[in-house]
Design a protein around this ligand. Structure first.
Ligand code: ADP
Ligand code: ADP
Length: 225
């Protein structure tokens, strides 16, 4: 079964008297160990799709399956638990906590889950080292370069070993060289951990290096190439 399966997702927004249909029967399967690029123009509904697939938002119609299990009947608490254990998010800006070190930022999601401190230190240290930040763990975000900050954000997103990672333009703020480095780290992670990955990007070169490319047209997911 896919890690995430979106079935006939519908999402509308009302603006004044107008109804905007953003997603209209969107279907998408995300598989373990597969990277998928989502490439579509601004306003096409990419963020909406990510938020629905990541259980941050509920669709008006349709069903989100995580590991084959439907999620529409779950309580908010149950959805939050799935989000914490199975789902990771990376955004265009790193959204790290400025007062905390890289290590502490990566430890936080595990602490929230109730893991023992020693265990979270060990795991966070390992992930940061894996992403090439072994000598940066005591640094605060402001003491790190843009690429390093974004790699810490990725480390934090995968700290709980999620089954799926959603990234909304994770390299959008980075220069081409740094973007390439961060992107490479993400591709390595997919193969090493078998996480399913959906990355929104406008960078066609990076999209071309992923396993699969999709777009959004008239509220539906279409496969490219
Ligand atoms: P993308 O990420 O592809 O740029 P979004 O999913 O952010 O697209 O938005 C798709 C459309 O839905 C846009 O036209 C946006 O203005 C509209 N939209 C998004 N969120 C809301 C909201 N909470 N209320 C009303 N309209 C929204
Ligand atoms: P890069 O070339 O890796 O994208 P920079 O040239 O901005 O990044 O930074 C080079 C190194 O200096 C980085 O590894 C970063 O950790 C360190 N660094 C950058 N800014 C600071 C700072 N304000 N305080 C401490 N270390 C910093």
């Amino acid at each position: 079964v896919p890690v995430v399966y979106l079935h006939e997702i519908k999402r509308q927004y009302t603006q004044g008297t107008e109804t905007l249909t953003i997603l209209n029967g969107a279907k998408l399967a995300l598989w373990a160990g597969q990277s998928v690029a989502l490439v579509a123009p601004s306003g096409a509904g990419k963020s909406t799709l990510l938020h629905i697939a990541g259980l941050l938002e509920t669709p008006d119609d349709g069903e989100v399956y995580i590991g084959g299990a439907p999620t529409s009947q779950l309580s908010d608490i149950e959805r939050t638990l799935i989000r914490r254990t199975d789902i990771g998010f990376v955004y265009q800006s790193h959204r790290l906590l400025p007062e905390f070190s890289a290590l502490e930022n990566v430890m936080l999601p595990q602490m929230i889950r109730g893991l023992k401190r020693a265990e979270t230190v060990k795991r966070a240290t390992e992930i940061l080292a894996y992403l090439g930040l072994g000598d940066r763990i005591k640094h605060r975000p402001a003491e790190l370069s843009g690429g390093e900050q974004q790699r810490v954000a990725i480390a934090r997103a995968v700290a709980n070993a999620p089954r799926v990672l959603f990234a909304d333009e994770p390299t959008g703020n980075l220069d081409p060289h740094t973007a390439d480095h961060v992107f490479g780290a993400m591709m390595q992670l997919v193969k090493a951990t078998r996480v399913a990955m959906l990355i929104v990007t406008h960078n066609m070169e990076l999209a071309g290096r992923m396993d699969r490319r999709v777009s959004l047209e008239e509220g539906q997911v279409v496969e490219l190439d």
